[in-house]
Design a protein around this ligand. Structure first.
Ligand SMILES: NC(=O)c1ccc[n+]([C@@H]2O[C@H](COP(=O)([O-])OP(=O)(O)OC[C@H]3O[C@@H](n4cnc5c(N)ncnc54)[C@H](OP(=O)(O)O)[C@@H]3O)[C@@H](O)[C@H]2O)c1
Length: 292
């Protein structure tokens, strides 16, 4: 990590818009490298490096927070109309800055359902869910914004404090199985690290405007759950078939089981040379287990 720090120029000042799970982890990681990082949330808090931004309430950050900003990471999802909250509120402001880079966190939901086939960045997006249509619209807004944006498409994000262990602990776990169904996932530390790697190597790597960040091994949800129960030394409850469980699931929970795809990380890991910290769910969940 210290090598990364020395290669990123110290004058860089980062603004993280939407300091939730991933934004918070990225902020913590990059701060450890010695960078100035300001973060947004929708409510006031005691952190002196945090400011309020709420597009729905029309609360925009004071001008002073943008002074000297060179890098922005947006972790804010589309608004209810499918527009990007950051561009809707801050487009002119961002265009007036001397920005070197903007990262936008998107989702692999834009690829739609490939019935288990692999998807990569050159595949035509084919969103199925309404939320994925909204997301693709936001990607387009960013791509047409004339800002120096790079889009990162993410599958299910997990990490310490947000993993199957937490679902088991909070008794929110649903042990469901569906034949041939797989999910792709990514540990939050690999999102932060991959983005830092790309920034660090910007001058030597070919630029790609859209990059998937996913681990090497898409797999069934039941394998992940079984592994967590094994690590906890507990007996996993008997799995319920998706068809039987479905009537009790919320529409949003059901919607995750409708799509089935394997997200390729070949661009990131083979072409661009990023080395995953957690290549698969076992490595990532061990980290969550040790840090829970
Ligand atoms: N979770 C996943 O598995 C997953 C998978 C793929 C992609 N993604 C996408 O990747 C991004 C980061 O995910 P995450 O799970 O880390 O997100 P998260 O924890 O839900 O954080 C989202 C952040 O956006 C802020 N926000 C939401 N609406 C806003 C608005 N209208 N105005 C200003 N700020 C707003 C939230 O503010 P507060 O801090 O005040 O709540 C929060 O800081 C999101 O766009 C998410 O949709 C997530």
């Amino acid at each position: 990590m210290n090598n990364l720090a020395s290669l990123l120029k110290n004058k860089n000042k980062f603004l993280i818009l939407g300091c939730g799970f991933t934004g918070g982890f990225f902020a913590k990681t990059i701060r450890k490298l010695g960078f100035t990082v300001l973060t947004s949330s929708r409510s006031n808090n005691k952190d002196p490096n945090s400011f309020v931004f709420d597009s729905e309430k029309g609360i925009v950050p004071n001008e002073k927070f943008f002074d000297g900003v060179t890098h922005i990471l947006s972790c804010i999802p589309p608004d209810k109309n499918g527009n990007d909250p950051v561009l809707g509120s801050l487009r002119n402001k961002l265009q007036s800055l001397s920005l070197e880079w903007i990262g936008y966190l998107s989702t692999t939901g834009v690829y739609g359902n490939t019935k288990g086939d692999w998807v990569c960045e050159t595949d035509q997006p084919n969103p199925f869910q309404k939320r994925s249509h909204k997301r693709l619209n936001c990607e387009k807004e960013w791509l047409n914004s004339d800002l120096p944006v790079q889009i990162f498409r993410l599958p299910g994000i997990y990490g310490p404090g947000r993993s199957t262990f937490d679902a088991i602990k909070n008794k929110r776990i649903r042990v469901i199985t569906k034949k041939d169904q797989v999910f792709s996932r990514i540990h939050v530390a690999d999102i932060a690290n991959a983005i830092i790697y790309i920034l660090q190597n910007r001058n030597s790597l070919e630029f790609h405007q859209i990059i998937n960040i996913a681990d090497d091994e898409p797999c069934s949800q039941i394998e992940v759950i079984q592994y967590c129960y094994d690590l906890l030394n507990l007996k996993m409850p008997k799995p319920i078939l998706f068809e039987d469980a479905k009537k009790e699931l919320s529409p949003i929970a059901q919607s995750f089981w409708i799509e089935n795809r394997r997200v390729s990380n070949k661009l990131l890991c083979e072409k661009l040379g990023y080395k995953l910290i957690y290549k698969n769910y076992k490595m990532g969940l061990k980290n969550c287990f040790l840090n829970s």
